[in-house]
Design a protein around this ligand. Structure first.
Ligand code: 5AD
Ligand code: SF4
Length: 460
């Protein structure tokens, strides 16, 4: 979730004016929604006649698509800005996009004067104008959250010659967890219209995409009218996507327990293309801490949802997010987190030390926890989560499963793909190619991946 991803967009022809095209490079930090936004920014600039630089050092414009969720993510970006200075002291044009841009605005240019453009996550469709403004020498800042969504102003997506793709269907958050910046950086919950999403998914499928991951900060809060004017929830959208020719797999992330409707749970049992994987963060197992976090669910109601999900889809892989060291967290509160992990049994999870974020209520709370205690608790939690993940992977050994091949592996003839449960699977598959879905016998399991033997090819 936290690794920078360099966005790849296919190069465009040189500019029509005959001048050498300006080259850009996008580095995305943070969540998958940032990866998606990075791709859309790249497509927009390509449509404007710019070209993707092969290497960041060759770029005339570098876009840092940033994350503000924890202090560490912010520090990483400021040090990355420093690294953009060339040996001769010059810098490329630098744009800070994403959640730091939204949270810090003009402050960024004061702290890092080499920054030319600051553009928030809801305003990046205006990048071409901002670049123009920056070329004229002014720092260009746009952190507006226009009522009209940026998606309508972006060019249609070009064909995507790849097996998997992200599709942002929902943005923003109305839940206001007391630790979290997202409601301030991404704005209010907004669902993209049904028709626009089905069209985008159809275009992705026509280009060869077989697996679509539907994204949203609260993706299961998605709602909208379908093509016959009926209100649908995320389950309805997933059903429509599953009917698109070529789409074989659907995933969605990330979900809030309060929006985990019975209809969505039932969809896991009823829609074969919906993969058996659920990322449902609980954050803590302690009810007083959940209350202080303003989570509006408690440990028991969370576990009741998990029970329902498992009744519908017994083999589902459960994933989650945890924060340790939230203000006021006692050892007993932390033990309650270990208890809920034992009760829920995760296939995979993300865990973080609490990081006070400026402007959030939790940052003002008394009884902030010391870094030493946070470190120690994180280690204990991660040891338990790793144990569960390893056990989940180990039970795959001896199973036959379908794997969607996504990329070449390190060894000759090896390809790496994903199991239905989102495990990475390394497989020697002579004759198979990226984008194939093949049957694989799992022969060994490690903490982070599986190894398998390919059978006959199932789908070309
Ligand atoms: N400190 C640490 N982790 C946080 N998260 C959200 N806010 C904070 C914070 N202030 C975590 C939550 C969330 C994930 C995306 O980041 O676990 O689900
Ligand atoms: Fe980071 Fe959250 Fe913004 Fe994603 S939405 S980039 S996780 S702050």
């Amino acid at each position: 979730m936290n690794h920078p991803a360099d966005t790849l967009v296919r190069p465009a022809p040189a500019s029509s004016t005959g001048e050498p095209a300006q080259r850009f490079f996008v580095t995305s930090f943070g969540c998958q929604m940032n990866v998606y936004d990075g791709e859309r920014m790249g497509e927009l600039l390509t449509a404007e006649g710019m070209q993707v630089a092969e290497k960041r050092e060759d770029a005339d414009l570098v876009i840092l698509n940033t994350c503000h969720i924890r202090e560490k993510a912010v520090a990483k970006v400021y040090s990355d800005i420093g690294r953009l200075r060339r040996d001769d002291g010059s810098t490329p044009m630098i744009a800070v996009a994403g959640c730091i841009a939204q949270a810090e605005g003009a402050e960024i240019a004061r702290r890092a004067p080499s920054v030319d453009i600051v553009v928030g996550p809801q305003a990046y469709h205006r990048l071409p104008q901002l670049i123009e403004q920056a070329r004229r020498g002014a720092t260009a800042i746009d952190t507006d959250m226009p009522a009209i969504t940026k998606f309508g102003s972006l060019p249609a997506r070009p064909r995507q010659p790849r097996p998997t793709a992200f599709l942002t269907v929902q943005e923003g958050c109305d839940k206001f967890c007391t630790s979290c910046v997202v409601p301030y950086t991404r704005g209010a919950e907004l669902s993209r219209p049904f028709g626009e999403l089905v069209d985008e998914a159809c275009a992705l499928a026509e280009g060869g995409v077989k697996e679509i991951t539907l994204l949203g900060q609260n993706v299961n809060a998605w709602g909208g009218e379908d093509d016959r004017g009926r209100m649908q929830g995320l389950d309805g959208l997933i059903r429509a996507m599953a009917d698109i020719k070529g789409i074989r797999r659907i995933r969605y992330t990330t979900s809030h327990p309060n929006d985990m409707t019975d209809a969505l749970i039932a969809a896991h049992a009823e829609i074969p293309a919906l993969m058996p994987y659920l990322h449902l963060p609980v954050q803590s197992g302690s009810n007083p801490i959940l209350k202080a976090m303003n989570r509006s669910h408690n440990a028991e109601s969370y576990l009741a949802i998990i029970d329902k999900v498992r009744a519908a889809k017994p083999d589902i892989a459960l994933s989650g997010d945890f924060i340790v060291g939230f203000p006021g967290e006692s050892e007993a509160d932390f033990q309650a987190t270990l208890d809920i992990v034992r009760a829920a049994n995760y296939a995979q999870a993300f865990s973080f030390k609490y990081s006070p974020r400026p402007g959030t209520p939790a940052a003002e709370m008394e009884d902030q926890i010391s870094p030493e205690i946070m470190d120690e608790r994180l280690q204990r939690l991660q040891a338990l989560l790793n144990e569960q993940q390893h056990a989940f992977n180990a039970q795959a050994v001896g199973q036959r499963m379908q794997v969607l091949l996504e990329r070449p592996g390190r060894k000759h003839g090896q390809l790496v793909g994903k199991s239905p449960w989102l495990q990475s699977v390394h497989v020697i598959a002579e004759g198979a190619k990226i984008g194939d879905i093949i049957d694989v016998d799992i022969i060994s399991a490690g903490p982070n991946s599986l190894e398998g033997q390919a059978l006959q090819q199932v789908t070309a």
